[in-house]
Write a protein that binds this ligand. Sequence first.
Ligand code: ATP
Length: 415
Amino acid sequence: MSNQFQEQGIVTVPYIAGDGIGPEIWQAARPVIDAALTKAYGHTKAIEWLEILAGEAAYTQTGTWLPEETISAIKTHNLALKGPLTTPIGEGFRSLNVTLRQTLDLYACVRPVRYFSGVPSPLKEPEKTDMVIFRENTEDVYAGIEFAVDDPQTKSLVALLTDQFNVHTIRFPEDTAIGIKPMSISGSQRLVKAAIDYALAHGRQTVTLVHKGNIMKFTEGGFKNWGYQLAETDYPDQCFTMAQFRRLIQSNGEIAAQEALTQAKADGKLIINDVIADNFLQQILLYPEKYDVIATCNLNGDYISDALAAQVGGIGIAPGANINYQTGAAIFEATHGTAPDIAGSGKANPCSLLLSACMLLEYLGWQEAADMITSAIESAIADQQVTADFAGLLPGATCLSTQEFGQRLIDTLSR
Ligand code: ATP
């Protein structure tokens, strides 16, 4: 997707500063991004920032939480950088973030998770965690259909299931709520394709399909099977799947299967495997080095993203992007919430937004500027010049305000 941008010296990027700590992390981050672009490219490449409104700022100025102009600006430029947004209560929105993702069909939630040396972490060896999560963004519980316990439709649904679908496993049919989650071949395969393409483009070793297919055989089990099918059908020369491995054990025996796996690795093939979600949450704590690119369904991805972010230092530093690889539309965003408890106090860490901006720069093909910002963050953390969230956990560290931290990065960039 970057090629269309590489030719362009100036790219317009709509931005939503966001609610709560959004404006302060944006004010700290923007000059850092601009400074990195100037340092990397002189004045031959630059971002023209276009403010668009969503959340409280939009509501105050326009009376709507998500104005039509905001959606059309993102559609026009196919890009946006976004701070955290508050969820309006009782306004008919599930959440503004979810609405944006669904409106633009941003089906892949991409979360790179790596450790920055010096960040306080609960793990003994946090540097072993280096994964990129591809979480499906349009199906599963995001498209979940729920029927409330006191809704008359629920009674009809229970009757339909019992009488016409021969379902007799609803334990308390008189007072049950019902949830339905759709998961499709098309939705699962486009997500797995995004993960495989990323892994191949970045020289990664494995793609792990994380699912709960042992219990939900047709939805989550389907996700796993369709993922394997896609890899075998569309990438026969580039991938070797553990489904192939298991079939080889059946047909040719364990030794032949092991030999085929060893040969596939020697040939540099991408290995596609799968892990049950609950086991995966243990594995990432015990053996994080075994995992690389992760492709997973919506709800599992929610748990995994936050668990992995906590392993490497928490939500203040975890970047994210929501991308439709078919249309190219992409929103890069801070993954944390609005943090109302610290809003306006200068304690917010701008790294999540900044590292999301680095993902945007990479998407534009402007890797050099992205690398400069990443190095400046590495240098500030290594020198223990950090914001309050980290300083509180690092004895002897210098606690910088959000703005001071941004300035520290600019100072590093201008050396
Ligand atoms: P929301 O309702 O918007 O989800 P929240 O406060 O419930 O907001 P988060 O914003 O994700 O959820 O915050 C959880 C905790 O992490 C809070 O204590 C918050 O102060 C802290 N936190 C979140 N983001 C940052 C950040 N960028 N820098 C420092 N601390 C943060």
